[in-house]
Design a binder for this molecule. Structure first.
Ligand code: FMN
Length: 327
């Protein structure tokens, strides 16, 4: 497996956990890291204006934990927003890298000119990137883009080149356009065009759900790293599986007991770092996704979904573990 490096930052694996607002929070990132194979994880996207105003709930999301490194802190905003100041603040907090969101398709973000809208104006966006880089005191700055706004505006290769010229040190490409949101498939040809356009590392993203699909992303696009988002909600051990397979090792076979213990660990990590309300909210919501790899566990899913406390969730999961051992 080739060593992956972004600017001066050396990474142990070229397999990254995607930034996912409301999903890839501190407990989930710690869980994925404990399971292995995560070369880099991204924070949830942070509004630069909220950082400038030091809104506690937003600042909390960038708080560094010693076991949550290397961490890429992602900021968003438009050309008039205090993005350079937000980047500088994240550097002060100890971020390993600063990532600029140029791919969010959600109205709330891109209607205010942040996220994906930056894809439409490559020149202005590259100027903005330069200001952020200047403010970040040598800490590498990266960008996460989609292929373009719509299928007739595939600006990503041109934008990527301009960003490289401004000093951006790596680019993640989600192989869909903004208009597509999450429909269709991530387009490997589109990602390959960005790889051809630049000399900095490119991370391929979109629809990776197995070591085979990661391998396909590497081979087809010639990218330097891969990023996994949604599938990690079902299988947070996917990073370990992909990294092992890239090293020529066989991924671990995880039976149902091992997977239930992983959900229990997730529960404990949320309780430790976020408290009981978050734990209830998260596990009751995500048990269906976790459940997809667990076979026929309808009664367990029902019990977890209806749980009123973390203890009830724990008991439900542990009872199923005991059942497994008895049978
Ligand atoms: C619930 C959710 C939240 C997301 N939040 C962010 C975000 O904050 N910043 C970002 O750059 N991308 C965000 N994304 C996009 C992912 O990082 C990733 O690019 C996309 O899901 C495609 O990868 P996947 O097919 O592996 O999920 C989000 C995606 C989802 C499903």
């Amino acid at each position: 497996m080739a060593q992956m490096q972004i600017g001066s930052v050396k990474l142990e694996s070229p397999v990254f956990l995607a930034p996912m607002a409301g999903i890839a929070d501190l407990p989930f990132r710690l869980l994925c890291r404990e399971l292995g194979g995560v070369g880099l994880a991204g924070s949830e996207l942070l509004n630069s204006r909220a950082i400038a105003r030091r809104i506690p709930a937003v600042c909390e999301k960038a708080k560094l934990h010693p076991d949550d490194r290397p961490l890429s802190v992602q900021v968003y905003g438009n050309v008039e927003d205090p993005l350079p100041q937000a980047g500088a603040w994240a550097v002060e907090q100890g971020a390993t890298l600063i990532d600029i969101n140029m791919g969010c398709p959600i109205d709330k973000v891109c209607k205010k000119n942040g996220g994906s809208l930056l894809l439409k104006t490559p020149g202005r966006t590259a100027n903005l990137a330069k200001q952020i880089i200047d403010a970040c005191d040598g800490v590498p700055v990266t960008a996460k883009v989609r292929l373009g706004w719509g299928e007739n505006e595939l600006t990503a290769p041109d934008l990527a080149k301009r960003l490289e010229d401004s000093g951006i040190q790596a680019i993640t490409v989600h192989g869909r356009t903004t208009s597509q949101k999450f429909s269709g498939r991530s387009c490997l040809d589109g990602i390959a065009k960005v790889v051809e356009a630049v000399s900095i590392p490119v991370i391929g993203n979109g629809d990776i759900n197995s070591p085979e699909s990661a391998q396909r992303m590497f081979e087809y696009t010639n990218c330097d790293g891969v990023m996994v988002g949604r599938h990690s909600m079902k299988e947070p051990w996917i990073f370990d599986d992909i990294s092992k397979s890239l090293r020529g090792e066989t991924p671990i076979f995880r039976d149902r007991n091992m997977k239930i213990k992983i959900i229990l660990r997730h529960l404990e990590l949320i309780l430790e770092h976020r408290g009981e309300r978050s734990a209830l909210h998260c596990i009751t919501n995500r048990i269906a996704l976790y459940g997809r790899t667990l076979g026929h566990i309808k009664p367990l899913k029902e019990r977890v979904r209806l749980a009123k406390s973390a203890d009830e969730i724990r008991e439900a999961l542990e009872a199923w573990l005991t059942l497994e051992l008895v049978h």
